[in-house]
Design a protein around this ligand. Structure first.
Ligand code: SF4
Length: 123
């Protein structure tokens, strides 16, 4: 039942439940994953997958994630790594890129606000 979530099939032949080294990196959350090693095809795109098939597959993968007790941990793992391929924590790779871009913007804004506050306090 361990889906120390997926390795992209087109990049590496190691499927979801992952190799022990990756499990160690991921932390204890993966032991509660509901996805299975043999479900890698659901979470990772085969080469030359048509758009309609991709959308359907990703939706099915997200439905698995939606009932997973470690979805938040999995998602954060995929964001922090970052994992470039596949559905992790209910997010596709494209969706994770959006989240990461938002986080970067937020960090920049917070840093700017902090610097402005220090300048105002010093002035
Ligand atoms: S959130 Fe999804 S990808 Fe992550 S462990 Fe659970 S079922 Fe697997």
């Amino acid at each position: 039942m361990l889906h120390m979530p997926h390795q992209p099939l087109q990049v590496a032949a190691v499927p979801p439940q992952r190799a022990p080294a990756r499990e160690d990196q991921a932390g204890p959350w993966h032991s509660e994953a509901v996805c299975r090693r043999d479900e890698a095809g659901l979470f990772f795109a085969p080469s030359k997958e048509p758009t309609a098939a991709r959308l359907s597959r990703e939706e099915a993968a997200k439905q698995v994630c939606a009932r997973c007790p470690v979805m938040v941990e999995c998602r954060e793992h995929a964001l922090v790594q970052p994992e470039p391929y596949g559905v992790w924590g209910g997010l596709t790779a494209a969706e994770r890129r959006v989240v990461l871009a938002r986080r970067r913007r937020r960090d920049i804004e917070l840093k700017a606000a902090s610097q402005a506050g220090r300048i105002a306090a010093a002035g």
